[in-house]
Write a protein that binds this ligand. Structure first.
Ligand code: ADP
Ligand code: MG
Length: 866
């Protein structure tokens, strides 16, 4: 059997250690991939697959990318969740005996990228690690771009999943024997890449990061993450910050479904930031502030003292418009100090970054004095460290408009370094000499067009046009190059100066780079101070952001109730209000106390039930992150948790929801809610048949009412449930008012006490322009149904043992009996054609259809009976 060539053997040996990554194997000016890597990469990156002879029996699949365009390809693979191992030649090929030595110098993974498209300015890029301890979980998080390190306990797998989802970790480091079904959930729910690392001890170099933490388990959890970072990055991680312990119970708990439903940081449909609460709020001026804002929105506080501290800072900034505007202007000039610190440690900053750093630091004294002027009992900011000596160093050393490259000179100021000044003198003098020489030669020869130029191949030369050649003195000039209408010459004196100039320039470039590296090393000493400064500035930025939004949108400062009451006057949905430009948003009140902790909302479709429910939740979240709220007055409880569940029918658009998911989420709320929680159940029970759905809805309401006592908003299209008000002491009916004008429904979006008198389903159908004949027919049927059901109670009393099925009539027009039971009412006889359509309708599984399928099917059915 033929054996592979030495190079392929080397490749296979290295690849063995990086099975789960694409190995970018450096060969001259290319990174090459072989075997399966090549086949897969050629598909993912749409590059040509070729093959080469590797000494084996068959040719080896191969593809490659030029090294200078590699970053783009690497980014594509990382964005898709892959890892890339960069394998470089680690000795000069000219010196090599045999195969050039090669080593992997970095493993780039979704959780460890430092730049490129995957990195959003205003989002953290976390990598996580998990360690299980007796069904509890240690969770460590690290953002390599900012150096932030966090660790926490999660007491259940659900909590862990929620937390990883909400911080958006893209990669998770675990032990290889982590339970399979957990792995699956991490991949499915969090779309994370999994990585494995056994080692978890902390090396000497990093022991200071954990010196204040006594809990061995948390240290182990972080240790696993740190060893993974060391193993993969193989470079300086000097910017890593001290490990910080945090506690899940310090934040309001909102599970991942509820976060999605409330559209806190992204919308359900587009999954983008636009249209989310975060989008509405983002008036931050710095990238660091943007990231902190997202963290705050993700974790509303539950500690009243902390909340009120933020609120009073916001209040001070509200009251000082000019200072606030000034602060905004100053912050605008502040660069991303956290990420800059990371790049300094990694060694990939350039001189332009340093100019940005200088400009940022130059803003600090003004920001500091502005804070001093606001300093009071309600507004206190720790002193800002302006790192004056660093500013000074940067002012002296770096040129104002340096080039992108740090290896081509032109980055260090005159006067910063004597040696550099001397070289520059030499170079400048030489150039002056050349300019003088040009003058002299012109005079001597009388050729006005004579000029001295420079190019990389011939160096300095004297150029004379063909017509003037006869004016040159014989034997003084050596011909070097002939152009179409001119000749180029050199002279010994010119060459002598040239070598002086070039030597000086070479030295300048070398020395400038050396000085730049020295400066960069000096900045490393400042990393912890810059990180501290970044933290203060980002907090100020978020607070000014809250003040700005609150003022622009006329929000009010919330107060917190001592009696667990909720009172909102003229409340609005912050995002819907913002996007409705022409129409006026109708403000609504809301009131809860211990005797009135459940509100059952009825009202026609599209009247504003869902909007109203969400606005209560968003108002509470805004208050608990320390922002003012969209209302004219608000007294709120401090909620420990918020649950939201949208009925399957409303969720059809996303195509993901099934009745099972709806029930799982309801279970989640029921299992965890307390009397301090807020529950929003929006048309729950809708995803199943009428009787089923209504029975479930009622049982859920009773359970929350009796056993939990959470503040609950329950919207329903089961009109029959409104009689529960008579049986359940703390449940009250409210409704969204609609009126009929000329037989048509008009939504007022106004919440009122009591139950809606009708459900207007047919009117909405009319608005949607269903055929007139169909509407007329529906009205007839409804009339019959109503006539037949008169006098029967529509809801089972809690005490009644037997369910009177005939009493359930869905007033939203139940055309067909469920489960093949005979309806108690007589549906007028249908023609054969109609019956056929009805049968087909019955057999359709709506929850399995896309909205478009449903429309098409409806259209076909309608055509048959029209
Ligand atoms: P429902 O849940 O009752 O079907 P939605 O809450 O989805 O209704 O609201 C439907 C639409 O009505 C919203 O998209 C919004 O444009 C509008 N709307 C809701 N509430 C208000 C309000 N208070 N003022 C003005 N428009 C509103
Ligand atoms: Mg709704």
């Amino acid at each position: 059997m033929a054996t592979y060539t030495p190079m392929i053997q080397q490749y296979l040996k290295i690849k063995a250690d990086y099975q789960d990554a694409f190995l970018f194997f450096r060969l001259g000016d290319f990174y090459e991939m072989f075997f399966q890597d090549a086949v897969k990469a050629s598909q993912e990156l749409e590059i040509t697959l070729t093959s080469r002879d590797g000494g084996g029996e068959e040719r080896i699949p191969m593809c490659g990318v030029p090294y200078h365009s590699a970053p783009n390809y690497i980014e594509q693979l990382i964005t898709k969740g892959y890892k890339v191992a960069i394998c470089e030649q680690t000795e000069d090929p000219k010196q090599a005996k045999g195969v050039v030595r090669r080593e992997v110098v970095q493993l780039i993974t979704p959780g460890t990228v430092m730049d490129g498209k995957g990195i959003q300015e205003k989002e953290n890029n976390y990598i996580a690690s998990i360690t299980e301890f007796d069904s509890q979980f240690g969770l460590a998080l690290s953002d390599l771009t900012t150096g932030e390190n966090l660790v926490a306990y999660c007491s259940s797998f659900d909590d862990l999943l929620n937390e990883i989802y909400s911080v958006g970790a893209k990669e998770i480091v675990i032990l290889s024997d982590f339970q399979e079904n957990w792995k699956k959930q991490l991949i499915d729910r969090c779309q994370a890449t999994l990585s494995y690392q056994k080692e978890s001890s902390i090396s000497e170099q990093f022991s200071s990061l954990v010196e204040e933490i006594n809990d061995e388990r948390l240290v182990t959890t972080f240790g696993r993450l740190l060893s993974y970072l060391e193993r993969t990055q193989k470079r300086s991680l000097d910017h890593l910050q001290k490990l910080k312990v945090y506690y899940l119970h310090d934040a309001m708990k909102i599970d991942l479904f509820s976060k999605r439903n409330l559209e806190l940081t992204e919308t359900i449909r587009s999954k983008g930031k636009k249209g989310s609460l975060l989008w509405l709020l983002d008036e931050t001026k710095t990238a660091m502030g943007g990231r902190l804002l997202k963290q705050w929105v993700d974790k509303p506080l539950v500690d009243k003292v902390k909340i009120e501290k933020r609120l009073s800072m916001v209040e001070t900034l509200m009251e000082h418009f000019f200072e606030r505007e000034n602060l905004r202007q100053l912050l605008k000039e502040v660069y991303d100090l956290e990420r800059l610190a990371g790049r300094v440690a990694f060694g990939n900053v350039n001189a332009r970054d340093l100019i940005q750093l200088k400009k940022s630091l130059q803003q600090v004294p003004a920001i500091e004095s502005l804070c001093q002027s606001l300093q009071s009992e309600t507004f206190s900011v720790e002193r800002l460290d302006s790192c004056e000596d660093l500013t000074n160093l940067l002012e002296r050393s770096i040129i104002e408009n340096p080039p992108l490259s740090v290896k081509e000179g032109n980055i260090i100021n005159d006067g910063y370094n004597d040696q550099l000044d001397q070289y520059r003198d030499a170079s400048r003098n030489g150039k002056t000499w050349i300019a003088q020489l040009e003058q002299q030669e012109r005079q001597k020869t009388g050729i006005k067009s004579l000029k001295i130029g420079y190019n990389k191949v011939f160096g300095y030369y004297i150029e004379v046009t063909r017509a003037n050649l006869h004016l040159l003195e014989e034997g003084m000039y050596e011909r070097k190059q002939t152009l179409s209408n001119a000749e180029r010459f050199i002279t010994p004196a010119l060459k002598e100066k040239e070598s002086l100039i070039l030597e000086a320039e070479e030295k300048i470039v070398e020395l400038e780079y050396q000085l730049f590296v020295e400066i960069r090393e000096k900045i490393k000493q400042y990393i912890p101070r810059l990180q501290g400064l970044a933290k203060r500035l980002s907090e100020l930025d978020v607070l000014q952001c809250f003040a700005t939004v609150s003022e622009n949108r006329h929000y009010c400062k919330p107060a917190f109730s001592l009696y667990n009451e909720l009172f909102i006057k003229n409340g609005r949905h912050p995002v819907v209000e913002k996007v409705m430009d022409t129409q006026e948003y109708v403000a609504n009140d809301c009131y809860f106390n211990n005797e009135r902790h459940m509100l059952l909302i009825t009202g026609p479709n599209m009247s504003g039930k869902s909007t109203y429910m969400r606005q209560i939740a968003l108002t509470s979240i805004l208050a608990q992150i320390g922002c003012y709220v969209p209302a004219s007055e608000a007294v709120l409880p401090i909620f420990d948790q918020i649950f939201t569940r949208i009925g399957a029918a409303d969720d059809l658009i996303s195509g993901q929801s099934t009745f099972m998911v709806e029930m799982l989420e309801a279970k989640n709320a029921i299992a965890h809610a307390t009397s301090q929680s807020l529950i929003l159940f929006d048309e729950i029970g809708r995803g199943t048949s009428t009787y089923d759905g209504m029975a479930l809805a009622q049982a859920i309401i009773e359970h929350i009412h009796e056993k939990i006592g959470a503040k609950t908003l329950f919207s329903t299209h089961y009109h029959e449930l409104t009689v529960l008000e008579e049986q359940l002491q703390s449940l009250k009916n409210i409704h969204v008012k609609a009126i009929e004008e000329n037989g048509k429904v008009v939504f007022l979006h106004k919440i009122e006490e009591g139950a809606a008198d009708k459900s207007y389903g047919i009117h909405v159908a009319e608005l949607a322009e269903l055929p007139k004949s169909l509407i007329v027919r529906a009205k007839e049927i409804l009339k019959d149904l109503e006539k037949d059901s008169k006098g029967t109670s529509s809801v089972t009393s809690k005490k009644s043992e037997r369910v009177k099925e005939e009493s359930f009539i869905d007033s939203q027009l139940s055309l067909f009996p469920d489960h093949g039971q005979q309806p108690s009412t007589k549906v007028p006889t249908l023609s054969k054609k109609e019956q056929n359509v009805v049968d087909q309708l019955k057999s359709m599984n709506l929850l399995e259809m896309t909205p478009l399928d449903a429309i098409n099917a409806l259209y076909q059915l309608q055509k048959k009976v029209k």
